[in-house]
Design a protein around this ligand. Structure first.
Ligand SMILES: O=P(O)(O)OC[C@H]1O[C@H](O)[C@H](O)[C@@H](O)[C@@H]1O
Length: 278
């Protein structure tokens, strides 16, 4: 039993540099040409079988956090710490698409006794585009939550804002209440919010002088998370003081926006990330 993950798939083209692990089909790094790293990866991240990498884009499936009944383990589902099969690598003029698949033949949970096939296509180029497709291969409907849990690198979360959430309702997981947001989102404490929106959102970062534009399809929610200082200090794989260096802006179908898929049917969620100068 080795205690280190196999080396990631490496992409190094005129369009971008990137690294993608078979465990969790997790994109750990992505930097389009001319930009610095766009995804935060903790200096204390572990690259160990069975443990999620703290950073990049973990795939949360088929429940989000502890699930709707707050009793599911591991948090965020079992596929982010499972090995996926790497099934394809295609190069299209410098844009590389990696395809990973995981199915009920190799990865199951006592909480999830359902036949399924799950595929992630990671298109790595000037933009990062992740397409997660669930197929119900069993005889009964399945009901699931999912998230593409991107850790976006920022210069200082206390100076960053998120545009595109004005007027949106959200479940505030910190307060445990339903609320409506007004104006740009700023950060002055622990933030853990499941917004009901399918519209693009933009992280404006005056420190790194860039805008990170997040566009989703097939996602009813955008989740915004930063643990702030005290919560981050309780998480061993967030490097000391590094809570200022990221904000998670996730595409998701969670809570009352869980997805039901009929036998033989599929559902697709797409998360697209682009960098613009400020
Ligand atoms: O520590 P993890 O299991 O990776 O979860 C990290 C965070 O993920 C999401 O953003 C959730 O909304 C948070 O409640 C959770 O704390």
């Amino acid at each position: 039993m080795t205690d280190a993950l196999p080396p990631p798939h490496v992409v190094d083209t005129a369009a971008c540099t990137a690294e993608v692990h078979d465990q969790g089909a997790q994109v750990a790094r992505w930097a389009p040409a001319g930009a610095g790293p766009v995804l935060y990866v903790s200096s204390a991240a572990t690259f160990t079988p069975g443990r999620s990498i703290r950073g990049g884009v973990p795939v949360c499936w088929p429940w989000f956090g502890p699930g709707r009944g707050a009793a599911m383990e591991p948090a965020h589902g079992f596929v982010r710490t499972s090995p996926w099969e790497h099934v394809d690598r295609a190069d299209d003029g410098g844009e590389v698409t990696l395809t990973h698949r995981i199915t009920s033949a190799t990865a199951t949970s006592p909480h999830w006794p359902h036949p399924y096939s799950l595929e992630l296509r990671s298109r790595l180029g000037h933009a990062l585009e992740l397409t997660l497709t669930t197929t119900n291969t069993g005889p009964a409907p399945i009901d699931l939550e999912e998230a593409l849990h991107a850790y976006l690198a920022v210069g200082d979360v206390r100076e960053a804002t998120v545009e595109g959430l004005d007027g949106r309702s959200f479940f505030d997981k910190v307060a445990g209440t339903e609320r409506t947001h007004h104006g740009p989102l700023t950060f002055d404490g622990e933030t853990d919010a499941v917004f009901r929106t399918s519209e693009p959102v933009t992280v404006v970062d005056p420190v790194l002088r860039r805008r990170l534009v997040v566009t989703t399809e097939g996602a009813a929610n955008v989740v915004v998370w930063n643990p702030w200082d005290a919560k981050a200090a309780e998480v061993p794989d967030i490097g000391a003081g590094e809570w200022t260096l990221f904000v998670c802006v996730e595409g998701a179908n969670a809570l009352d926006n869980a997805v039901t898929i009929a036998p033989g049917e599929s559902h697709t969620m797409t998360y697209r990330l682009e960098v613009e100068p400020l």
